[in-house]
Design a protein around this ligand. Sequence first.
Ligand code: 1CP
Length: 333
Amino acid sequence: MTPIKECLVNKNTNTNPIWLMRQAGRYLPEFRDIRKHNTNFITLCLNSDLSETITLQPIERFNFDAAIIFSDILMVPYGLGQKVEFKKNFGPNLGEIDLNVLSSINELTFSQRLSPIYKLLKNLTKSKKLENKDLIGFVGAPWTLLVYMINKISPKNGLSEIFYNDPGLIDELLRLLDKFIKIHIKNQVNSGATIIQIFDSWAGLIKKDFDKYLYDPTVSLVNYTKELGVPVVCFPRGITDYPKFCEIVKPDMVNIDYNTKPEKLIENIDIPIQGGMDPKILLTDKKKLRYEVLRYLKIFRDHPYVFNLGHGILPETQIDMVDELVKIVREFK
Ligand code: 1CP
């Protein structure tokens, strides 16, 4: 059994596997090198060979316990026919929604558009470099994808004023997202993903109708993934009540964010926990890093715990701090 499955399935507390959200990305010089010559991000995500190289880069450097495929949550809106672009120093920029286009997409067309992602997974299952490691597939949660699809740009400065103006559009998009995210999960599992992580990076923006936007859509995906026989990890970033989330949604593991106090949680959550440490700690010094990493490891000493961060690793992170992080986690007894 892989170290993460030991933790997740067997609830083994003697092992602290490690991988990092956004481990395949901009803090790696070898990624920046490839990116320099591949200015179109979507095209890069649809290049199975380069995506394989990028997925394996952090494994080769740090020997993490899992590879997460190099892709993006916005590949689902792309597969549905919405224009998706990534602008330098700006982030994602999505096109207008044409419900006629989106509603006319069928499973076959969608799966064909995203087929390089499934090829990437199939190729990775043959890689010797992933022996005894997990291969993580992922999706954005319906709420977070709804946010990008309607807001068109990152909501880091808040949702646009007109976000809730068209309830019919919201309902139709949520219906389409449930259907096509499930197809994307199924295709990833059939192509070799051994764990599915659901990123709800903007769950913290939900202020009302939690059933409609957070619980119901996530329960639907979690139950579906469990039926496929693959463990599912949820990352509802920014929510205030993780115990309630776990009780309602029942994922196999929950990834906590860095605003969540870990010592309180273990009393109220009985499923395996992943993550938590503020990625900004990696921008400080080795002493502070050791203190924080050990703090998390000690708190979770008797709780199944996968080391990870409370959000993605920051692009300005230095490699030697990641080396140090891995060393501290591996040496912890
Ligand atoms: O070079 C570049 O400019 C591209 C940067 C980049 C990278 C490396 C983007 C654009 N996406 C990715 C890869 C990516 N995205 C992965 C690869 C696997 C890994 O984790 O190593 C994953 C899992 C994602 C998932 C993702 N994309 C999320 C959920 C996780 C999170 O960080 O919250 C989100 C919100 C996105 C949207 C997105 N894509 C890219 C950016 C810069 C963003 C965030 C934009 C924003 O701030 O709203």
